[in-house]
Ligand binder design. Structure first.
Ligand code: GCV
Length: 838
């Protein structure tokens, strides 16, 4: 009963949030036309649950809810198979007992399901069966997905099983309620050091995760607060586990390796010390007493200042095993992160290379890890950059379990302020053949097969996605970014699904079946990674962002001359990291020979990774025949043009998408279009200045119609240098130090209709205001109140206001008035005046 009322509340809340994005891909809006007629013709009136296991009850509730929405009919819930048609939910054992005459026997694999239509005495039974209750739940979601997508379900015989046992998300939530690299609001789990009182959002998150096959969720930052393992926190964690349990999502905790000392009262955390082993064991026992289905730990050790085994000159295997042995009696897993590197490297030594670190740290330990340890390896050797090769570590571990770590939250990928559909990128890694198999029996060994343990017959492994959803209505901070969470889960279940299929499924489930909407959104999503790469860091340069700051705005040199090792080595002669064996850091030698051969020679190295793996002069010709420098120029213009095209493509969807989501996506894309231009100008100018080679098409450094604020007539505004210089046009901005300021220019072009674009800066510290006057008449005004990942006046805070349809006459004064507020000085970069083309 209690469970039922919890679900009823969840349902009511979900309805209140309708079309805010809260329902994500589980909207269950009515299907129409032939599909509706077909489903209604065979839809039974009854749903039978053969057991009251949590997951099976959830499956029943979800089916009733889903079919009510999709088909407008409410099924009766029963516990025995009736003589009339019914949907029957139960494990193979349960179905076998209840209806032995159906002879449903199969090896489905753990969590696999079977959707099977059985006709008996004129009744049609849609059987959703599985080896365990969680599989039944996955089957129910699969059935609903089919109905929502218009797939006939009257003659089913479909078996499906997950590709790998580990399909987890990590949340980097802090106990104070903030989320490291989270862009969708504050934590759904924590506030002020404790579990939230209201865990409705957690249960709803569990439901979303279950619908795509996710079976584990770590609920705190890998930069873990040791206090989480204090005895008083365990009941709080148990509450979260209880909210996720109905959805078959098991709780995982990130732990800090020094915890035995920091909160455990020991004077050491040496992994080879018996008291430390005993401490981890009693802690695991205590957790399992409170949470019997607890899944395990994630451990970030000796990385970015976190405690680790190096304190005691022990190995990562020592560290992993001491924790894993505490979990083993309970069948718990330890996901030990392979993200270990030295962030104080000497950049002057050209042989130093952060990309080598994961392999260097773990390869030699292969075979020393216990069977319940899984090395969790980021997709690339650096850190979720816009383009990286697959980490060589995937091909190096033969006697150790591994999992790939993908980042769903868009840390280096536009932080949900830019739309970037990551599935195509992930698929490139997952499908990449590491050539890791025995040379005597050559067969493809793609990353997906390696991490699933299929190549070296490992007992555990799989997929981990850093999700970082938050309390925002739309979970991620951008409606279109939710396609990444959907895509991650579906790929973890079946990595052979194509990016197009996933984009289409997600779009139809999220926005409906209108062909124009589907075509537009799918086209946008599928091109968005290449587009983002084009304007933020092509050819393997990596995301050219502020890597020591917010990881968001443009800052071409931020990666250089520091110990973090995200170097691209661009200077006046050329760009790229020489990672060859012959003359460089030797990183390429970490791959198996077939891969290494391809990467070692620029002639066979893919252009997309050229500068990640080679240092070449700007005049070096790519396979296309284009020089590197011209490619950098062209790709940035193509990228910025593509985003402008997204805005144009979205606008005609106005009557086809609900108002709120239409408006929010439009605002996001318009903002992204402005940012793409900021990136374009910054990166191309930086490379023009570095290389001294002009753009063959004459665009870089020439901006027709642009008027720098610093060259306008200023009242109260003061000119200020911007750092880095490329982040503002002309390297300068004007800031208002008075109560009110103005910048004025006199228009001397031809009379006609124009669009004004005002490029200004939005700092989070206050809400400044702008007013634009043309010939003394106010034509626009706005408050500067966006929530940007910005801290100072640079590319991260640069925003564009587009004011179309302005009539200008020669001699007109264009005056921009700024009113600062708080620490936001109503700063301006430039104004562009473009003839209206429509
Ligand atoms: C949670 C990058 C991110 C950090 C993150 C780290 C990691 O360095 O910027 O925020 O820390 O990766 O994956 O551990």
């Amino acid at each position: 009963m209690l469970l039922k009322s919890i679900f009823a509340t969840a349902l009511a809340i979900a309805c209140l949030h309708a079309e805010t994005g809260y329902d994500a891909w589980l909207r269950y809006r009515p299907i129409e036309g032939a599909a509706l007629v077909r489903v209604r013709a065979t839809l039974p009136a009854v749903v039978v649950t053969l057991n009251d296991a949590d997951a099976e009850v959830s499956a029943r509730i979800e089916l009733i809810r889903g079919l009510r929405g999709l088909v407008g009919r409410t099924l009766r819930a029963e516990e025995r198979i009736p003589r009339e048609s019914a949907i029957v939910l139960g494990t193979l054992d349960e179905v076998g007992r209840a209806a032995p005459q159906w002879r449903l026997h199969a090896q489905l694999g753990e969590n696999g399901y079977w959707l099977k239509t059985v006709v008996e005495r004129g009744a049609r039974y849609t059987v959703v069966t599985a080896s365990n209750p969680r599989g039944v739940l996955y089957g129910a979601f699969a059935l609903l997905r089919k109905i929502a997508l218009g797939v006939p379900v009257d003659a089913l015989d479909e078996r499906a099983a997950p590709y790998a046992p580990i399909r987890w998300v990590n949340q980097w939530d802090n106990l104070d309620g903030s989320i490291e690299r989270g862009y969708g609001g504050r934590s759904i789990f924590w506030e002020d050091g404790h579990t939230r009182t209201d865990l409705t959002r957690v249960a709803d998150y569990g439901r979303l995760l279950a619908s795509i096959g996710i079976n584990g969720c770590s609920i705190n930052n890998v930069n873990a607060n040791p206090r989480l393992l204090a005895p008083e926190m365990i009941p709080e964690i148990a509450r979260i586990a209880a909210a996720l349990r109905p959805w078959g999502v098991r709780v995982v905790l990130s732990v800090d390796f020094a915890t035995p000392k920091t909160i455990g009262g020991l004077d050491t955390y040496d992994p080879l010390d018996a008291s430390v082993a005993a401490w981890w064991k009693q802690k695991a026992d205590e957790l399992y007493r409170a949470i019997p289905d607890f899944a395990g730990f994630v451990l970030k050790a000796d990385s970015e200042g976190r405690a680790g085994p190096s304190t005691y000159h022990r190995t990562h295997a020592d560290a992993a095993n001491v924790v894993a042995r505490a979990l083993a009696p309970h069948s718990g897993l330890l996901l030990y992160r392979g993200f270990v590197y030295n962030h104080h490297m000497d950049w002057r030594n050209l042989k130093n290379d952060r990309a080598r670190a994961a392999y260097a740290n773990f390869k030699e330990l292969d075979g020393q890890f216990d069977d319940n340890v899984i090395i969790q390896i980021k997709n690339g050797p650096i850190d979720f950059q816009v383009r990286e090769p697959a980490s060589p570590l995937f091909g190096a571990l033969e006697k150790t379990n591994q999992a790939v770590e993908l980042q769903i939250t868009q840390e280096y990928m536009g932080q949900a302020r830019h739309t970037v559909f990551l599935v195509p990128m992930w698929k490139e890694t997952l499908d990449f053949d590491m050539h890791a198999g025995p040379t005597a029996r050559p067969a493809p060994t793609p990353v997906k097969a390696l991490v699933a343990g299929k190549v070296f017959h490992r007992p555990a492994g799989g997929f981990v996605g850093v999700a970082n959803v938050g309390l925002d209505d739309d979970w991620a901070g951008n409606h279109l970014s939710m396609a990444n969470l959907y895509g991650f889960g579906r790929l973890a279940w079946d990595p052979d699904l194509s990016a197009r299929r996933l984009a289409e499924e997600w779009t139809r489930l999220t926005f409906g079946d209108d062909p124009k909407v589907v075509e537009t959104v799918v086209g946008l999503q599928l091109s968005s990674w290449r587009t983002y790469e084009n304007y933020t860091g092509p050819l393997g340069l990596q995301t050219l962002t502020d890597i020591t700051g917010d990881h968001y705005g443009v800052a071409v040199e931020a990666s250089e001359r520091n110990g973090w090792g995200q170097w691209h080595n661009a200077d006046e002669k050329g760009a790229g990291m020489d990672r060859t064996v012959a003359t460089g850091t030797g990183f390429i030698g970490q791959y198996h020979s077939a891969v290494a051969r391809m990467y070692e020679s620029p002639a066979t190295c893919p252009d997309d990774l050229l500068l990640f793996l080679h240092h070449v002069p700007y005049t070096y010709k790519l396979h296309s025949g284009k020089t590197v420098i011209q490619y950098i120029y062209d790709s940035h213009y193509e990228g910025a043009d593509a985003v402008a095209g997204y805005v144009d493509a979205w606008k005609p969807l106005k009557e086809r998408v609900d108002d709120r989501r239409y408006g929010e996506v439009l605002a996001q894309l318009e903002y992204q279009a402005g940012q793409a231009q900021v990136w374009r100008d910054a990166v191309t100018l930086w490379f023009l200045r570095a290389s001294g080679i002009p753009d063959a098409r004459g665009r870089v450094g020439r901006y027709p119609g642009r008027f720098e604020a610093e060259s306008m007539a200023l009242e109260g505004y003061a000119v200020r240098d911007v750092v880095p210089w490329e982040a503002a046009s002309g390297g300068k901005a004007v800031v208002c130090a008075a109560a009110e300021c103005a910048a004025t220019l006199r228009f001397d072009g031809a009379p006609g209709w124009y669009t004004l674009r005002v490029q200004y800066f939005d700092l989070p510290t206050g809400v400044s205001r702008f007013r634009v006057l043309v010939a003394s008449q106010v034509v626009d005004e706005w408050a500067v109140a966006d929530h940007l990942p910005a801290r100072k006046i640079d590319g991260s805070s640069s925003v564009r206001r587009v004011i179309p349809g302005i009539a200008l006459r020669p001699g007109d004064e264009i005056r921009i008035e700024g009113v600062p507020d708080g620490g936001d000085p109503a700063a301006l970069d430039y104004v562009e005046i473009h003839p209206d083309t429509r």
